[in-house]
Design a binder for this molecule. Structure first.
Ligand code: 5AD
Ligand code: SF4
Length: 470
């Protein structure tokens, strides 16, 4: 009998984690069951990422590990989907001819047909579409965590950031209808979900295409709210939904109504991911990011003033073409001023087809490495300071499961998205909410213990008396 078990390896962002849950749902609806590892699985699916070059290398490395297994057992099925498949297309099948199916970012729903075709094909079946067939949320999902769900509110991206390959892989921005998002969230809550993360490449431009296409009235016909803020308010009214997060917004599209919604809606978490990318106005211009450092810092100030205790995370790229030591110094200054609670830092990676490839002034790798280390030291210091301020406070934690490094502990997240480990007790079952007194802080996690004490006021980053200056 055929081995109808599957194993999925996911690379990249939350959008991909969401897509993988959908791929798992599609496979389960075909009668597949999860396998413990790729070696024993009858079908291995790689859901790939193309954002930086090392994501490419990782995939090809892992595929070559599977090659001997596939040659020894030709009935094993290897599927590669997602962003890198969309980018490399037929080239992927040529580099790894032992792969059975290659699909892109727009056609995961076609997996059953593609697998059927592969059964009788000698060569890899490659199907890449240029446009979206449907929102991934329209497919069944097998959620990794019972109480948490990803919900895509838009797909694609209309921006033209010079470094970014995503618009060419995921297409133009397309928003889901407000009513469809709300209906999906209601169904998820009825199914036991208490926390959702709204996903989009640019969540706070949500609905702009719906207004443009005449599908919803323009903002002044709707109490002047952006559709994204409107969506938060509608989801805030869903009974039983405890936590709403969203990622990622773009600084240029931020409007005060979203900050006010975050303050006023109890279920919207006090956590914001606000990608800076660079603190130098000259580099931001070269990146085709239309805000400037002054505007970015004003947003940080407004956000922290409006939402008490807010935690802000960011993305920063080091070594974008043309970045001088002065430009980099400005990134350090703005990072320090913004006092990010956490930061994802990246070395610039050349992506084929993006406009940055043709810019002059590519920075020497040794210089990039050295700047990267200096930035990482700063962001680590900021994260440690942010965490140290939490020691002694009591925070609400939603538990996820056993700690990956210590089986006697359970891990969970605060509303501010801080990772907390506590000794496991009856109160720390996955999906449970409990109050936790924070006892110790490290750069990337907190330690604590469950307590009956009430939640204390969150300790945010103190705002300086003087306005922030870039
Ligand atoms: N090189 C390095 N980092 C990149 N990112 C996007 N494209 C690149 C690239 N070519 C980073 C950005 C983005 C995050 C998801 O990945 O910081 O916000
Ligand atoms: Fe996500 Fe972008 Fe990577 Fe695609 S390329 S998986 S959208 S980060």
């Amino acid at each position: 009998m055929a081995n109808r078990t599957y194993f999925i390896r996911t690379f990249g962002c939350q959008m991909n984690e969401h897509d993988s849950e959908r791929a798992a749902g599609v496979l389960q609806s075909m009668g597949y069951r999860p396998a413990a590892d790729p070696e024993s699985a009858g079908l291995v699916l790689f859901n790939t990422c193309a954002i930086r070059e090392n994501a490419d290398n990782k995939l090809y490395g892992q595929l070559s590990h599977l090659k001997p297994l596939k040659l020894a057992d030709p009935s094993k099925t290897i599927v590669v989907g997602g962003c890198l498949a969309q980018k490399d297309q037929q080239g992927l099948a040529e580099r790894a001819p032992y792969v059975d199916v290659v699909y892109g970012t727009h056609n995961m729903g076609r997996l059953p047909e593609l697998l059927a075709q592969a059964d009788s094909a000698a060569l890899p079946v490659v199907e890449i579409l240029e446009h979206t067939e449907m929102f991934p949320s329209a497919l069944p999902a097998r959620r990794e965590v019972a109480h948490h769900a990803w919900v895509s509110i838009s797909i694609g991206c209309d921006n033209t950031c010079a470094f970014c390959i995503v618009p060419s892989l995921r297409g133009p921005e397309k928003s889901r209808k407000l009513g469809d998002v709300v209906a999906e969230v209601r169904d998820l809550v009825a199914d036991g979900v208490t926390e959702v993360t709204l996903l989009g490449q640019n969540v706070n431009s949500y609905g702009r295409d719906l207004v443009r296409d005449g599908l919803v009235p323009s903002p002044d016909g709707r109490r002047n709210r952006t559709l994204f803020a409107e969506l938060l308010h509608l989801l805030g009214d869903v009974d039983g939904l405890q936590r709403i997060r969203f990622t990622s917004p773009h600084p240029k599209d931020f409007t005060s109504d979203v900050f006010e919604a975050m303050r006023d809606i109890p279920s919207v978490c006090e956590q914001l991911h606000l990608p800076l990318q660079s603190g130098s106005d000259r580099i931001l211009r070269r990146m085709q990011r239309s805000y400037r450092s002054r505007r970015f810092l004003d947003l940080v100030t407004e956000a922290r003033e409006t939402i008490p205790g807010l935690a802000i995370s960011t993305d920063i790229i080091v070594g974008f073409p043309g970045e001088t030591e002065d430009d980099f110094g400005e990134t350090l200054t703005v990072t320090e001023q913004a006092a990010f609670d956490s930061a994802f830092t990246f070395k610039y990676s050349k992506r084929p087809g993006t406009t940055a490839v043709d810019l002059d002034g590519h920075v020497e790798p040794a210089v990039v490495d050295e700047r990267f280390d200096r930035l990482a030291a700063l962001t680590r210091r900021l994260s440690e300071a942010s965490h140290a301020r939490q020691v002694g406070t009591v925070a609400e934690v939603l538990f996820e499961g056993p700690s990956k490094t210590d089986a006697t502990r359970t891990s969970g997240r605060t509303r501010h998205n801080r990772l907390v480990h506590v000794p496991s007790t009856a109160a720390t079952a996955p999906g449970a909410l409990a109050n936790v007194r924070i006892t110790e802080a490290a750069a990337h996690y907190l330690l604590g213990e469950v307590t009956d004490a009430p939640v204390t006021d969150p300790v945010g980053t103190p705002l300086p008396a003087q306005p922030l200056t870039a």
